[in-house]
Design a protein around this ligand. Structure first.
Ligand SMILES: CC(C)(COP(=O)(O)OP(=O)(O)OC[C@H]1O[C@@H](n2cnc3c(N)ncnc32)[C@H](O)[C@@H]1OP(=O)(O)O)[C@@H](O)C(=O)NCCC(=O)NCCS
Length: 258
């Protein structure tokens, strides 16, 4: 059974569509690479496939809505668990609680938001009082899929959650959603399948000096990348303008001579 859409005026309580997660089975902690050398190697490995990820804020609501509106009905169904209408997407984007949650984005060189992740914090962990959980939801535009962006957003969201002291990451996916389940399984999540729907639970290790440094580094590099792309666009706009003016004067000069 697909999940029910939220009541028209109600913001989904979670990025995956306002669904109460089932109680997780006992989760083993995800092991961290042992020793500083192994941790440094793992960090280097992540850097070798680095893509700039930017933390989004309230002012990005319009871009967030545009990204989600570009998804077709099937993708909206996979993302939210129901075929969200344009109106529901606008309400979802307007209702994101930036004071509580984190929203991460990847921009292409045209500054189009091609990949988006929502990490909803402070979600109740059923049957486990005192434990903290965050729910992860993600989408990548069709033309940008299969390049590891979904996985990178997942890894970054897990890092951020870990650094905030969250101990479990939850992902609600339809059982047919193989890319999403592959990402979760590869990270070490336990996946519980219940017919058409699956729940994935990833137990996070506690934060460390290295994990905090990694997040700070990623934030700065992501911001730098965005600013460079913006400058490049401004510069290209100026160059286009100069070429246009020059073409106009050349044409006017020719016409005057003739
Ligand atoms: C799920 C989604 C975010 C994955 O994004 P992506 O950037 O294409 O994912 P990646 O490139 O990181 O690939 C992830 C894994 O899925 C695999 N994969 C990609 N497409 C696949 C497909 N059609 N069938 C099976 N596996 C697939 C990749 O090979 C990769 O696994 P690997 O690293 O073991 O090879 C994207 O498909 C999407 O936006 N779907 C619609 C919304 C959605 O389903 N959201 C998730 C629910 S919250």
């Amino acid at each position: 059974m697909p999940r029910q859409p939220p009541a028209p005026n109600v913001q989904p309580a979670s990025p995956a569509g306002g669904h109460e997660p089932p109680a997780p089975a006992a989760l083993p902690a995800t092991p961290e690479p042992a020793g500083p050398l192994a941790q440094a190697r793992a960090a280097l490995e992540r850097l070798s496939t680095w893509v700039p990820i930017r933390a989004l804020a309230r002012r990005h609501r319009r871009r967030i809505a545009e990204h989600l509106l570009a998804l077709d009905a099937q993708d909206r169904y996979l993302r939210f668990g129901y075929p969200a209408s344009d109106e529901q997407i606008h309400k979802y984007a307007l209702g994101i609680d930036f004071g509580r949650d984190e929203v991460l984005g990847i921009f292409n060189r045209h500054l189009q938001l091609i990949a988006l992740a929502h990490l909803a914090h402070d979600q109740p962990l059923p049957g486990q009082p005192g434990r903290t959980m965050a729910e992860f939801g993600v989408s990548v535009l069709p033309q940008s899929r299969g390049r590891g962006l979904g996985r990178r957003l997942f890894d970054t969201a897990a890092l951020h959650a870990r650094n905030r002291g969250v101990d479990t990451l939850f992902i609600h996916a339809l059982s047919e959603n193989r890319p999403m389940l592959r990402i979760a399984l590869a990270a070490g999540a336990i996946v519980e399948r219940d017919g058409d729907e699956s729940a994935a639970w990833l137990r996070l290790p506690p934060d460390s000096f290295g994990s905090q440094v990694e997040q700070a580094l990623e934030r700065h590099l992501g911001e730098l990348d965005f600013q460079l792309k913006r400058q490049a666009r401004v510069l290209s706009g100026i160059v286009d303008g100069v070429v246009e003016v020059k073409t106009h004067f050349d044409a006017t000069g020719r016409a005057a001579k003739e």
